[in-house]
Design a protein around this ligand. Structure first.
Ligand code: ADP
Length: 540
């Protein structure tokens, strides 16, 4: 028998309606690419999103289901695009501004974007490929300075486009399972693939993420969203914030650690989200300048393994709680998140850090498991390693324009390509990406485990470990290290001795390379594909 309750759709504009009605005074602060500070309130976000939605429908003739690209930093106009594009029944396709021209061309053509909204400071790449983008009818320029000019064909200025539009139109009615946004995987392990989010998956992700056991977001929070809006919808934080009425701080291009620390202090930021590289940089600045009266209480850290030493350092030195989370474009992105429970409170500090350094537990209505090579499910014993699989309300069902079932199991789980262990309490620990594991003499070595240990050494700033071909062992680990102080050579023997406290002999790298910088992907992760390639070409 069916329940007798209303079938009220979960939609992205519905999130904004709620934020506007209940929290019209909540602030959105943007530090723009030209360093100016822009501040307005949810009431303005709502009003301007309505104007933009009108412009999309009536000036640009956007049709339901059209793809509309954004190529922009984190700021208030990007927030307006997040709501107005789905509000016009179209799909907000966030483009990664750090990809090459060729990758961007592939992605825009694959998505068949009709329009692209682009920051004035970012037009360069698009100017070079515009002739190769036949589906794009017009470019709309955000934050254009006076006298702006560009070789982009047929461009309009955002502020002029929306200036005379009415602000009282109705959102286009959609079904909750309709698409609202799309993001391509960053292509770390292959060609980028489109992940098409639905209104429903986006709303549910925002609702659950904001609960106290997860990101814990409320109207008393002031959240610095460092993770880019072009990367998995900034981890869903803008949606969760608007639902909860939290103040939002958006750094645009001003992402240097010194600037972030200034924003934390001046904007009284108490929560934030970003990748480990960002938090390492912020830590180094705070260590130098001191963190007296720092308003920051907790931040989400994820996208790559958070070194336990970093989580511990924040806690010990500044009393700031780093919350480790794991996920991917295909999981909207939050898959697991690590928090302690009351029964952990009596554990020694070192044990607590160990738990918090794991990638954490699944969220409601999502499930994780680890699968062995023979397809059997690994026991949750804290030691059996398997491929991590996930299913749930905000997990991908199929890639955009793809019939491939390669990434899915027969019983409908998504194969993440990550390898890990799940313990009795359901905490996941990622040990590696399947493609980054090193197989030496038939034994697996976790590159991640070596990296986090090396980064706990006081003279090591960053460390990445890759497998290099070896005639005897087929592969051996090699460590690529950025020393804490520039131009210092670390003693290799000393590092080996340091590692021997945690690893058996065959797992310890034979080679150590010292570099100024480790190659990173477009979203700031160690680019091991590039490193392996550089090594093969003798350039590392
Ligand atoms: P790409 O796959 O192109 O790098 P994503 O941003 O979707 O783009 O990356 C997802 C991957 O990042 C995961 O599959 C995992 O390998 C890694 N990752 C994300 N969060 C964590 C984490 N907390 N610890 C370890 N690895 C992580």
């Amino acid at each position: 028998m069916l329940g007798l309750m209303m079938n009220y759709p979960l939609t992205v504009p519905g999130l904004l309606d709620h934020g506007y009605r209940i929290f019209p005074q909540s602030e959105i602060i943007s530090i723009l690419p030209d360093k100016t500070r822009h501040v307005y309130r949810y009431a303005d976000l709502y009003r301007r999103s309505k104007k933009l939605q009108y412009a999309l429908l009536h000036k640009l003739q956007v049709q339901q289901g059209d793809f509309v690209g954004t190529y922009a930093w984190n700021h208030y106009q990007h927030m307006e695009l997040y709501f107005a594009i789905p509000g016009a029944g179209a799909v907000c396709h966030t483009l990664n501004i750090r990809l090459s021209g060729a990758q961007t061309e592939f992605i825009i053509n694959n998505a068949e974007d009709r329009y692209v909204f682009v920051d004035a400071s970012l037009v360069g790449t698009l100017e070079q490929i515009a002739a190769l983008l036949p589906t794009v009818k017009k470019y709309i320029i955000l934050n254009a300075p006076p006298g702006f000019s560009s070789s982009l064909p047929e461009f309009l200025l955002y502020e002029e486009l929306i200036a005379d539009c009415p602000e009282d139109g109705s959102w286009v009615q959609v079904e909750e399972n309709d698409a609202c946004a799309m993001c391509y995987t960053s292509g770390t392990t292959g060609l980028p693939k489109g992940v098409l989010y639905s209104h429903r998956s986006t709303c549910l992700h925002a609702i659950f993420l904001s609960l106290p056991n997860y990101a814990s977001i409320s109207s008393s929070d002031r959240i610095l969203i460092v993770v880019p809006q072009f990367h998995v919808m900034a981890w869903g934080l803008p949606m969760a914030a608007v639902l909860a009425g939290a103040a939002v701080v958006l750094p645009s291009s001003q992402m240097q650690p010194e600037n972030l620390v200034r924003m934390i202090m001046e904007e009284r930021v108490n929560k934030a989200g970003g990748v480990p590289t960002i938090w390492q940089g912020v830590y180094n600045v705070l260590k130098k300048t001191g963190a007296a009266n720092i308003p920051l209480k907790t931040f989400l850290i994820g996208g790559a393994t958070a070194p336990p030493s970093l989580i511990e350092n924040y806690q010990r030195d500044f009393g700031v709680e780093a919350i480790h989370a794991w996920g991917m474009t295909e999981t909207s992105p939050v898959g697991t998140l690590s928090r302690l429970h009351p029964h952990h409170s009596l554990l020694p500090d070192a044990e607590k850090i160990k738990i918090r350094s794991m990638q954490g537990q699944q969220l409601p209505f999502t499930e994780i498991r680890a699968a062995l090579e023979n397809g059997e499910i690994a026991p949750r014993d804290g030691k059996t390693v398997g491929e991590v699989q996930i299913r749930g309300v905000w997990v991908i069902n199929a890639y955009f324009k793809s019939n491939s079932q390669e990434s899915f199991t027969e019983d409908g789980w998504f194969k993440t390509g990550d390898v890990g262990i799940i313990n009795q309490e359901g905490y996941l620990q990622i040990t590696d990406r399947a493609k980054d594991l090193i197989k030496s003499g038939g034994e697996w070595i976790s590159s991640v485990a070596l990296e986090v240990s090396l980064m706990a050494h006081p003279l090591v700033k960053e460390a990445a470990v890759i497998g290099i071909p070896d005639e005897v062992w087929s592969e051996r680990p090699m460590a690529v290290i950025v020393p804490m102080e520039e131009n210092t050579q670390l003693d290799e023997q000393e590092l080996k001795t340091f590692l021997s406290g945690y690893f058996v002999k065959y797992q310890i790298p034979d080679k150590f390379k010292y570099v100024k910088e480790i190659p990173k992907t477009s979203v700031g992760k160690f680019d091991k594909k590039k490193m392996r390639q550089l090594y093969a070409e003798g350039k590392l």
